[in-house]
Design a protein around this ligand. Structure first.
Ligand code: SF4
Ligand code: SF4
Length: 368
């Protein structure tokens, strides 16, 4: 099974330049010249009701979502920042009817586009229209291997639709690479061993495991997460199951997390951060309302940098963002956020020196 193929061509020289630029920004506080990955949250609205999320609760005091023009208007700044991948997330991004327009504009700017979706609203026609707009990778959330377990975690009866969405993307005349994100919690820790078989059955190209942990609960408060966070005494069994699952996925030619990330999965619960975080240097987050923050778990500030007030390339080099980036660089929170930690590992010398081949695979993995 092959890795995603509809990527921008990426020369080793350009990768080396990007690596140096991000390393300097992340480690030495250099000016941000390149941001390879931008997480762009296009809506907080959602058609799912996950126990771990209240993003879909519409708050009266929420500012308006970024408009189509505002999203498409980010493209010149993304080009200046030599962004390679724009990940469109939510909420549920497919709720926006202008999603294809946004994808088309970003693709015309030369970037690769991924969506992070629950797949519930994706039928054959929508899959085709997203692909026609230029979508490169579909990342679909599916946290269980059976309908009942899925509903317990996600609050809706959507397992069959999520699996159908994978099939729709894979059945296109030019099949789109599909990655499945699995958030591991107390509600699915007992079925980790069954995911590799499902991954093969679903015909997907990647499967990534993400620990649920209180660092993800910035909007809901830790108490809401308590019933979902695995018991510390279960962590050894979870680590073993993840190790077995990753081996079986790799043997089947399906991409997955780096071995370092999985081996230290328990750092989401048990220890202060030991890998310096590159949030704000390798990747930045643009929220639904335009604020620019280094990482998803980082709450935005009302007067912080925002693409509603300045271009993105200026926002990431503003004094306010430099301060946020410094906080990320020295952040010692109990956090093992997958979207930030896996890229940060690419700059973590003990990992780079011991696993050079895997680093190259992960660079490719994060460049598409
Ligand atoms: S699908 Fe995502 S945005 Fe929607 S409720 Fe679940 S976690 Fe929240
Ligand atoms: S470790 Fe990084 S991703 Fe986690 S909260 Fe700190 S800055 Fe954000």
């Amino acid at each position: 099974m092959s890795e995603p193929s509809r990527s921008n061509s990426t020369s080793y020289l350009a990768l080396a330049r990007t690596y140096l630029s991000v390393w300097g920004a992340a480690r030495l506080g250099w000016r941000v010249r390149e941001v390879p990955l931008v997480f762009l949250r296009v809506t907080d609205r959602c058609n799912s009701r996950c126990l771990s999320c209240d993003g879909w609760v519409l708050r009266a005091d929420n500012p308006p979502e970024l408009t189509t023009d505002e999203i498409c208007g980010l493209v010149p700044a993304l080009k200046k920042l030599r962004t390679r991948v724009v990940a469109l997330l939510g909420g549920e991004p497919t709720i926006r009817e202008d999603l294809e327009t946004c994808i088309r504009a970003i693709r015309q700017g030369g970037m690769s586009v991924q969506i992070h979706t629950n797949g519930l609203a994706i039928d054959a026609d929508r899959a085709r229209s997203l692909a026609d707009a230029g979508l490169n990778v579909a990342r679909i959330s599916c946290d269980h291997v059976a309908a009942e377990g899925y509903q317990r975690i996600r609050g809706v009866d959507g397992y069959d639709q999520a699996v159908a969405a994978m099939r729709h993307f894979r059945s296109l005349p030019e099949p789109l690479p599909v990655a499945v994100n699995v958030v591991i919690s107390r509600l699915n820790q007992d079925v980790i061993d069954q995911f590799p078989d499902r991954a093969v059955e679903w015909g997907i190209q990647r499967m990534q495991f993400i620990p649920i942990h209180t660092r993800m609960s910035f909007r809901m408060g830790d108490s809401a997460f308590a019933p979902l966070v695995p018991d510390v005494s279960d962590l050894p069994a979870i680590l073993s199951a993840l190790d077995r699952a990753a081996d079986r996925l790799r043997a089947a030619g399906i991409g997955t997390n780096s071995s370092y990330y999985l081996r230290h999965f328990d750092r989401a619960y048990t220890s202060r951060r030991r890998v310096r975080c590159a949030a704000g240097s390798f990747a930045v987050v643009v929220t639904t309302f335009g604020e620019v923050v280094p990482c998803y778990p980082c709450p935005s500030e009302s007067e912080g940098p925002s693409v509603c007030r300045m271009p993105l390339d200026e926002a990431v080099n503003s004094e306010a963002f430099r301060h946020l980036r410094n906080c990320a660089r020295t952040c010692d929170k109990v956090c093992w956020d997958q979207g930030e930690t896996e890229p940060s590992l690419l700059f973590h010398m003990p990992y780079v020196l011991r696993h050079p081949l895997e680093v190259l695979q992960q660079v490719r993995f994060n460049s598409v």
